[in-house]
Design a protein around this ligand. Sequence first.
Ligand code: HEC
Length: 98
Amino acid sequence: MRASLAAAAAMMAGALCASDACATDESAIVLAPGPERARVQAACSMCHSLDYIVMNSPIQDAAGWDKTVRKMMTVYGAPLTPEESAAIVAYLARHYGT
Ligand code: HEC
């Protein structure tokens, strides 16, 4: 069931994407350029796809990202210092905020 769902998702993505640039694996997700990009990619892809950032961008402002990153740290245990999380929130708000 899981496998067939994944296959269906891959087929749909293939139908929607004309070029190689649009692949289905998460390594294809490239975040917006900026001095914090490498840090965000490393810190936020530990537990789940970077897709989560892109998917949530239409509904998050700076306060929303602050709350989300805080939750990643306090609830799920993302190992970020306050300085790192502040930089990441600023980057997310700038590039993926409403
Ligand atoms: C220690 C593991 C871990 C790290 C590191 C982590 N997350 Fe998460 N994240 C989770 C879990 C667990 C969920 C919720 C379960 C799910 O939906 O997969 C989640 C869900 C999310 C969601 C979905 C909305 C929500 O609030 O549940 C967003 C957006 C998100 N993470 C963004 C980030 C960002 C940005 C970073 C980098 C600062 C990050 N995550 C780092 C574990 C982590």
